[in-house]
Design a protein around this ligand. Sequence first.
Ligand code: FES
Ligand code: FES
Length: 153
Amino acid sequence: MMAAPIRLNVNGATRLVEAAPGSSLLSLLRDDLGLTGAHYGCGHGACGACYVLIDRRAVPACVTSVEHAAGKEIVTVEGLAQGDVLHPVQQAFLEEDAMQCGACTSGMVIATVALLEHTPHPDEDEIRAALAPHLCRCGIYGRVIRAVKRAAR
Ligand code: FES
Ligand code: FES
């Protein structure tokens, strides 16, 4: 049986959604709201592909329930740009060519936004720690680290 509608704040807009108890925020974002920027990788919180910001912290949406996200500020990668103007982190990733297949990119961008919000001038160890949950099968970690440093500047 479907539970009562849940009120979510996604990218600045209020969305009234229906979700089975315990269903994942990632499924709701992708399948019901059409926000496919957060990717499905492992489904177990172990690859970093699905990260979104919840109350300005980067979290894996695949293991976050819709109920847990209710009433909180959810920002997906789609919510970062202002119209045609990319977020500085997105711009830095573009300028450093810090993407290849793109599977990990939105998660890396979200993690970087959260990092710089709390640590505006991270050293390399702090960057590596923040990005540690994010796996890149294309192996472009060097370019990603350069992009984070560029965004911090
Ligand atoms: S799909 Fe969520 S961490 Fe891998
Ligand atoms: S760019 Fe392909 S997985 Fe990271």
